[in-house]
Design a protein around this ligand. Structure first.
Ligand code: FES
Ligand SMILES: [Fe+2]
Length: 364
């Protein structure tokens, strides 16, 4: 008789409902992983900046005169007033409180009457910088100064993505779609990371975009890579040119733990997911759609509308129901469906995610 197999159970409900777990994730996980900040097109010229928030921290990103893109905590080093607001362009950064002035590199340049401070050396004052990587024009930051580079976290993703989207470095955002969901961010991430629910819940995606029977999801470092073939051309909901390049007939996505995904629809159409946790039971998902040089495209706009009306809308109902269910006293975490052959009817990718989530919760 063979030894009994140990079942893999889902995470306990409190991981998704306890505000203390959420606070620990903000202070721990989100502060030491690579987080999407914005697109390089938003800081095209020297001095262009935009503010953003990660794990409750207010930050801003700015392009320097040397064309470097930098990111800083949005706080003056004098008495903590916020330096900038929204978006804009600045020659130097002037704090609105007492007019201390900083270079675009973050270095303090001057301040009214600071010369009067005995023993003060202004060259010792600089805004607090955070790590930045520009990943095919997508700006990511990491609040952990010792974090390993993205290529270590997501091996091979940069090159593979460029092979799927040959013009990726020329893309600019065309559409942003904001989707508020009443669920914990992990519920939404898990829903994105398995296609066991696709055939039942996503008829348009499963019959008009991809072939679910070819779907699989495999980890590579902290990346979950989705791969599948496109639907037969006569069933596709939008036109694609299979001859355009080697990957035109495939669907693939690179989910970069914990809150971002590059997704390539058949026809080399890049779109992105950015999950922004709001509190323990709310997350906002930002969908981004792009075209070369930002040129308008009726096909892409229609695809964005179709995606919002079908896959996204269908998922909202699923994840919000799960969040209500996680609060039920009648729920005990069930076994994951782990098929040793993997494939679309298996939840092996959820097992991987749960491993990362448990490590984040325990180590937070
Ligand atoms: S707080 Fe910024 S100049 Fe005083
Ligand atoms: Fe889904």
């Amino acid at each position: 008789m063979s030894a009994p197999v140990e079942l893999t159970h889902a995470l306990e409900a409190r991981a998704y409902t306890d505000p203390m777990v959420f606070d620990a994730e903000c202070a721990g996980l989100l502060a030491r992983t690579w987080q999407f900040a914005g697109h390089a097109a938003e800081v095209e010229k020297p001095g262009d900046y935009f503010t953003f928030e990660i794990a409750g921290q207010n930050l801003f990103c700015i392009r320097g005169r040397d064309n470097e893109i930098r990111a800083f905590y949005n706080v003056c080093q004098h008495r903590a007033h916020e330096l900038v607001d929204g978006t804009g362009n600045a020659k130097v950064l002037v704090c609105p409180y007492h007019a201390w002035t900083y270079e675009l590199t973050g270095q303090l340049r001057s301040g009214p009457n600071v010369k009067a401070i005995e023993g003060f050396d202004r060259s010792t004052v600089c805004l607090t910088e955070v790590q930045v990587e520009v990943f095919h024009g997508f700006i990511f930051v990491n609040l952990d100064p010792d974090a390993a580079p993205m290529d270590d976290w997501f091996p091979g993703a940069r090159d593979a993505l460029a092979a799927f989207v040959p013009d990726i470095d020329r893309l600019r955002p065309l559409e942003w779609v904001e989707i508020p969901e009443h669920c914990n961010w992990k519920v939404s991430i898990e829903n994105y990371s398995e296609c066991y629910h696709c055939q039942l819940n996503h008829p348009t995606f499963a019959s008009g975009v991809v072939k679910p029977e070819t779907y699989d999801i495999q980890p590579d470092g902290y990346c979950l890579r989705h791969t599948t073939e496109c639907q037969n051309l006569d069933r596709m909901t939008y036109p694609i040119d299979l001859a355009a390049n080697a990957h035109a007939g495939e669907y693939s996505s690179w989910f970069l733990w914990p809150l971002f995904s590059f997704q390539v629809y058949p026809g080399n159409v890049l779109n992105t997911y950015h999950w922004r946790p709001v509190d323990v039971d709310r997350v906002t998902v930002w969908r981004g759609w792009y075209t070369v040089d930002g040129v308008d495209s009726e096909v892409i706009r229609r695809l964005a509308v179709q995606d919002r009306a079908t896959t996204v809308e269908e998922d909202i109902h699923l994840v919000e129901s799960v969040q209500r269910g996680l609060k039920s006293r009648g729920y005990k975490p069930g076994p994951l469906v782990i098929d040793p052959k993997c494939g679309v009817m298996s939840e092996h990718s959820i097992k991987v995610l749960h491993g990362w989530m448990r490590a984040a919760i325990d180590g937070a």
